[in-house]
Design a protein around this ligand. Structure first.
Ligand SMILES: Cc1cc2nc3c(=O)[nH]c(=O)nc-3n(C[C@H](O)[C@H](O)[C@H](O)COP(=O)(O)OP(=O)(O)OC[C@H]3O[C@@H](n4cnc5c(N)ncnc54)[C@H](O)[C@@H]3O)c2cc1C
Length: 287
């Protein structure tokens, strides 16, 4: 409900947006694409601050990282050659998996991360890629790991602060990546999604592994024990089975109207196997 909103602002800079947010004294709310604000608006909001003209709609390659402005939309991410060239295109795939096209045209990356939906598509590969957020408040800017926004500090982090940029380091070329989403239909939100990265040495042993899984719990998670289990081991059918068992043990899925915890756990095994097989295939290793 936004029926108590008295004023709507469209600042032309981050500095101005922060000033308005501060003056709003807890009654101002930032709006970007509006797809989350409309659904979750509360009646205490008196002022809306639209940040889409604040200069945060960009995708830039700088050194060894991609810098993505917070109001970049899912459609912009999907269309960007820079993003397609990053980590085998997993961020492109996750943006395209955010349905529907109308939502992708409005929904911004910053808004998606703040909304903190358990079923977010984009956060799963960003977590796998060690993305960082650049936050701004009236005291200045600071960088925090993406994982921090999902911790209990979320409200504190966002108190009169903005996400201004998301920084995604470019991983080494020798790593192979993939993203998988399981949903009931093409336009549904995820029941499980998973991003995987793998690097094998020239004897087929796992040199580096990354597995992050979304839509199971309130936030996407890294399967760190499963990652550790793989390191230094020959990637064969025995290891693949162990990985599936470990990932199923490591996750704590929730049951909801879309799927039971047990179904999600089983699907984690399936997606993990598919993803590792696909990444291994990219390294020329057929399992
Ligand atoms: C019909 C529908 C289908 C959807 N399907 C999917 C899907 O398949 N996959 C998926 O991942 N998501 C899905 N979503 C979620 C959607 O991606 C998010 O709602 C969207 O990304 C939020 O971005 P926004 O720009 O619209 O945020 P807004 O609605 O503008 O804002 C959301 C929240 O973030 C705050 N905020 C926004 N930007 C910033 C910022 N830069 N700094 C600080 N605070 C900020 C706002 O104050 C608000 O609290 C769906 C949503 C809808 C409505």
């Amino acid at each position: 409900m936004l029926d108590k909103v008295e004023e709507f602002y469209r600042p032309g800079s981050v500095r101005e947006a922060l000033r308005l947010l501060h003056t709003g004294n807890g009654k101002a709310r930032v709006v970007a694409g509006g797809t989350g604000v409309i659904v979750g608006a509360d009646r205490s909001t008196r002022f809306l601050i639209d940040i889409t003209q604040a200069g945060l709609g960009y995708i830039r390659r700088k050194g060894n990282a991609c810098h993505i402005g917070a109001t970049t939309t899912m459609a912009d991410l999907e269309a960007s050659p820079v993003i397609r060239g990053l980590a085998g295109g997993i961020v492109t795939q996750a943006s395209a998996a955010c349905r529907s096209v109308q939502v992708r045209n409005r929904a911004t990356l910053g808004g998606n991360l703040v909304t903190g939906s358990p079923a977010t598509d984009i956060a799963t590969p960003l977590l796998a890629l060690n993305a960082e957020l650049v936050m701004a408040d009236r005291r200045g800017r600071r960088k925090i790991p993406l994982a921090a926004i999902y911790s209990t500090l979320r409200e504190t982090l966002l108190d009169r602060a903005l996400i201004v940029e998301i920084v995604v380091p470019s991983p080494p070329r020798a790593r192979h990546w993939c993203y998988h989403k399981l949903a009931r239909t093409e336009v549904d939100i995820s029941l499980v999604n998973l991003a995987a990265g793998l690097q094998l040495d020239n004897r087929g042993r796992v040199k580096w592994a990354r597995l992050s899984i979304g839509a199971l719990a309130p936030t996407p998670v890294r399967a760190v024990l499963t990652e550790k289990l793989m390191i230094g081991r020959l990637l064969d059918e025995t290891l693949l089975e162990e990985v599936c068992d470990q990932v199923a043990r490591e996750v704590t899925p929730a049951s909801d109207v879309r799927a039971s915890a047990e179904y999600r756990r089983t699907m984690c095994r399936v997606l993990a196997r598919r993803a590792i097989e696909e990444c291994a295939g990219g390294s020329g290793c057929v399992l």
